[in-house]
Ligand binder design. Structure first.
Ligand code: F6R
Length: 621
């Protein structure tokens, strides 16, 4: 969690850092702060609240000039969100200042030692401990070596005593021509301009200035000097690293709202193109070919798998659940879908014959990453499905496939979900073909149907005003139930998650048949029940479940196949989606549920793109 930004160069740092923080607010938004150096002193302003609050405060509190600076937008881990716990943090001398994304796990023992040595702490954060540890190392080394130890050296020695995760940026007011950055477990990109450098958690803060970037690897640090450029070293053994400079492919428009009121709405509407981008170059329906290098290059290994274990969190876990139905049904490979956070601590049975598929939009989720490392240590082959190119998970896995959905900025995942399902469907179809578990005609039919999905999603999006009207009726509900069966059971879970996370209305997703084993007791005339009742699969069974709800006076909002005449007479409202084959229905049925949550949240005046207590990438356990 948390977003970090830094700048050193010829321009004024303040506007660059402030705009950068706004772009990184998806990573955390409970407090924000900035530290600038103007040639004589550090000027620091920080506050509880959003970057807009910082902007208002900084304008009255500090002179914002200076060509070097660092900024932070926070998702609290240690210490409540308040002004004091906000970053940046000073060292006791006031000479050093730091921003940090991550968690220092052994901060309490480090703090105890520092307290014994006379250090004092204003905040409850682990970060203030780290900056004082750096200061302590620097002071001790100065005495030991009888010379002024460089900041980079002090940072390196201190980080070798630290357990945890970090992306940090530090500067010293007595050495104001350099910023020292380091990374372990949290992302850190360095943008390289003309005699200027940008630091950020992702490239979005510097896209308009440069397309050249270095992504630091874990356990690397960089000394970024106004005069001498960049030097990258291994934190453990001080070895120099040759910087690998990447040419960025994303552009500014992709990270702007493009006329939509919220990123979430934009991203919902981007799904037809996002799905197309996901299968572009991979799916050749006419020729009956699916090309995916990550699979092609490891085909034997994957085909010989005893089973597939999917690890993921949140919405990505729901996409994984959909894939369980697809893999088992089409490719006849046994699948287990695991919450990464449970899997990693469960001492699971993993063998060298297992293939683990890790799904993650951000590619940074700490639990998913830990699950990958565990699976690798047991000899499993790990395949990543990520959206963010170059992310940690994409680099930690043996092979993988990107979803190519483009940047997803709204905290609630939408296009990531549908594009993850698209990638997983392609993989399942490819394996099914290779294994011979699907007939030629079925295979071709699936490919052709998949190619039609973007247009069908477009059509499903056209129900927007009807859905808005339904949202208005149910926006004041206190509880909601979401039901689905088979492929659409995970969609029910996802629908409920979308509603709770952005509207703060309690919602439960259930397999429709499980309703009578408990949740049916909740049903009365106050309870809206959203039922996915598309024509394929267990349609008749779902219709029976709808009858059961009806006879207990529940309000039924059904997602049905276009032209359905039966459910219309039982349900209070129906929302139609185009017809498709059963395995692809989740790509359509999820659309109205996304829109519904969106409209309810807007009507309730919630912060749709930045719901309370959440952050886009969860880089802590
Ligand atoms: C919900 C949501 C989260 C994420 C989860 C995993 O809308 O966005 O539940 O799906 O935090 O994140 P990734 O996919 O980045 O690993």
């Amino acid at each position: 969690m948390c977003g970090i930004v830094g700048y050193i160069g010829k321009r004024e740092a303040y506007p660059i850092i402030l705009e950068g923080l706004k772009r990184l607010e998806y990573r955390g938004y409970d407090s924000a702060g900035i530290a600038l150096y103007d040639g004589s002193d550090i000027k620091l302003s920080k506050t509880k609240g959003k970057v807009a609050d910082l902007e208002a405060k900084a304008a009255t509190e500090i002179n914002t000039s200076g060509t070097l600076g660092i900024g932070h937008t926070r998702w609290a881990t240690h210490g409540v969100p308040n002004d004091v716990n906000s970053h940046p943090h000073y060292s006791n001398s006031g000479n050093l200042v730091i921003i940090h994304n991550g968690i220092i796990e052994n901060y309490e023992s480090l703090k105890k030692e520092l307290l014994k040595r006379g250090y004092t702490f204003e905040s409850d954060t682990d970060t203030e401990v780290l900056i004082n540890l750096i200061e302590d190392v620097k002071t001790n080394e100065n005495v030991k070596t009888n010379e002024n130890v460089k900041l980079g050296k002090a940072v390196q020695i201190a980080l070798n005593q630290v357990v945890g995760a970090y992306a940090i940026a530090v500067f010293d007011k007595n050495k104001p021509n350099e910023i020292v950055v380091a990374k372990l477990g949290s992302p850190l990109a360095i943008g390289i301009g003309d005699e200027e450098f940008f630091i950020a958690s992702d490239a979005s803060p510097f896209l308009e200035y440069t397309k050249k970037a270095i992504y630091l690897e874990d356990e690397e640090m960089a000394i970024i000097s106004r005069k001498k450029g960049i030097k990258i070293r291994k934190i453990k053994n001080d070895a120099l690293v040759d910087p690998y400079i990447q040419e960025l492919q994303i552009n500014l428009e992709q990270i702007e709202k493009g006329g939509y009121e919220h990123f979430m709405l934009k991203e919902i509407h981007e799904q037809p193109n996002a799905i197309k981008d996901t299968y572009r170059g991979r799916l050749r329906a006419k020729e009956g070919i699916i090309k995916m290098s990550g699979i092609d290059d490891n085909l034997e290994r994957i085909l010989n798998a005893n089973r597939i274990i999917v690890v993921a969190c949140g919405t990505s876990w729901h996409a994984g659940l959909v894939s369980e139905y697809i893999f088992e049904n089409l490719a006849r490979i046994p699948v287990e879908v695991e919450y990464a956070s449970e899997f990693r601590y469960r001492n699971p049975v993993i063998t060298e014959q297992d293939v683990v598929i890790a799904i993650s939009q951000s590619g940074e989720t700490a639990d998913t990453l830990a699950a990958i490392k565990l699976a690798k240590s047991k000899g499993a082959f790990v395949f990543g499905v990520c959206n963010v190119v170059g992310s940690t998970i994409s680099r930690e896995t043996h092979a993988g496939a990107y979803t190519h959905a483009g940047p997803e900025i709204g905290v609630a995942s939408t296009k990531a979900f549908t594009t993850q399902i698209t990638v997983l469907t392609l993989i399942a179809l490819k394996l099914a073909k290779e294994k011979g578990t699907i007939s030629n005609s079925q295979f071709h039919m699936h490919l052709q149907e998949l190619e039609l999905i973007p247009d069908k999603v477009k059509k499903a999006l056209k129900s927007d005003s009807h859905i808005k009207m339904i949202a208005d009726i149910y926006k004041d509900a206190k509880n909601c139930l979401y039901l689905g069966r088979g492929y659409n059971f995970p969609v029910a879970l996802e629908g409920a998650l979308k509603l709770k996370e952005i509207s703060y209305i309690h919602a439960e997703g259930y397999p429709a048949a499980e309703m009578k084993h408990g949740p049916i007791a909740l049903i009365d005339e106050q309870m809206p029940v959203f039922v996915i009742a598309t024509k394929k699969g267990h349609y008749e069974k779902v219709v029976s479940n709808i009858q059961e709800i009806k006879s207990r006076s529940g309000k039924i909002i059904a997602i049905v196949t276009e032209g359905d005449e039966d459910v219309k007479y039982i349900a209070d409202h129906v929302i139609e989606v185009p017809d498709t084959i059963e395995s692809l229905t989740p790509l359509l049925t999820t659309i109205p549920l996304q829109l519904l949550s969106y409209h309810i949240a807007v009507m309730l005046d919630r912060n749709v793109d930045q719901p309370r207590n959440l952050a886009k990438s969860v880089t802590v356990e």
